[in-house]
Design a protein around this ligand. Structure first.
Ligand code: COA
Length: 297
């Protein structure tokens, strides 16, 4: 259940945000909260009717919004969305790369083109958008006041690649590349242009394609530290923190927002069992004469 925002309603007032994948799922949740906190919103998504409907919903709440039907794999679409945003709103302050592709497949059943498809959407698409947007995001860039800091980029990532994930070799590789882009761009563009580049790695977020497509029924919620799914709101609040002045000293990090899920592992012993066992082992250990090898305890 989404709570009220802890942020001031004007925390991103006057800023313009462009979001890929911003018309549905986590992307729309972010668009909504950025809009509610004062930003003007440009959405990019592949399906025109979904983009149109998201734009209408935002406008019905009084949020200035425009939409672009396009694919981040197509350089012309990417350029059109960035240029169209600046043409309409006069500037660009926040780029959120939320477009992603995913499906479950054993590695040996994934064709090289299937692997490439997800790399192209997640990794190359993220770079393409950043590349198109940099001239507007940089300090002193077109549309920016001389007193403005550089803009912010937020890349939506994952935790799949921190260890290894079953049946998602393509996405693990793509998100590892996204995190690498986040760090490299934070270094180069933070230094040269005062642009902050950060990422967010969401856990399973309810009411999204990610959960519908990827969360297998029998592993759902098992061993999950906070024992629940997240909300789009949880990711949106993290974006507000990273994209606003609240996060002005944060650069090059990917914030994990998953309730600790990526740390999850099966419990090898129950609490009562471990308590009993520990007592026995400790007793034996204290009673054993000094010098007895550990293997004899
Ligand atoms: N298992 C194995 N391979 C698959 C697959 C699956 N479930 N789905 C697609 N592929 C392969 C295709 O076979 C094809 O490879 P081939 O040419 O060697 O046969 C390749 O991936 C491209 O598939 P195609 O359907 O042409 O791609 P698309 O551009 O229409 O769709 C996807 C892109 C596949 C990523 C699609 O799932 C998508 O659009 N996803 C966006 C939404 C999403 O996934 N959201 C979840 C975010 S967590």
């Amino acid at each position: 259940m989404a709570a009220d925002s802890p942020f001031r309603p004007e925390i991103v007032k006057g800023k313009v945000a462009l979001l890929t994948g911003g018309a549905s799922g986590i992307g729309y949740g972010i668009s909504l909260e950025l809009g509610k906190h004062g930003a003007s919103i440009a959405l990019m998504g592949r399906r025109k009717h979904i983009v149109d409907s998201a734009v209408s919903s935002l406008r019905s709440l009084g949020i200035p919004a425009i939409g672009f039907a396009g694919d981040v794999r197509n350089g012309e679409d990417a350029a059109r969305a960035v240029e169209g945003t600046v043409k309409h709103f006069g500037r660009l302050d926040i780029l959120v790369n939320a477009a992603a592709g995913n499906f479950l497949t054993p590695a040996e059943h994934l064709s090289p083109n299937g692997f490439k498809t997800v790399m192209d959407i997640d990794a190359v698409g993220t770079f393409t958008m950043c590349h198109e947007a940099v001239k507007y995001l940089k300090r002193g860039g077109e549309g920016r006041d001389p007193s403005d800091a550089g803009g912010a980029i937020i890349n939506i990532s994952a935790t799949l690649h921190y260890t290894a994930s079953w049946y998602q070799i393509h996405v693990s590789a793509a998100k590892a590349a996204v995190d690498s882009l986040t760090r490299s761009l934070a270094l180069e563009w933070g230094t040269d242009y005062d642009i902050r580049v950060n990422g967010i790695a969401p856990g399973p977020i309810q009411d999204t394609a990610g959960v519908t497509k990827l969360v297998l029924p029998n592993i759902t919620k098992q061993n999950h530290p906070l024992f629940r799914f997240g909300d789009k709101w949880d990711i949106a609040m993290s974006v507000l923190y990273l994209a606003s002045d609240a996060g002005k000293f944060v650069n090059g990090t990917t914030m994990v927002v998953d309730g600790g899920q990526w740390l999850s592992k099966p419990r090898s012993l129950g609490k009562d069992q471990v308590k009993q066992l520990s007592k026995v082992v400790e007793k034996r250990s204290r009673e054993a004469p000094v010098g007895v090898p550990k293997s004899k305890l």
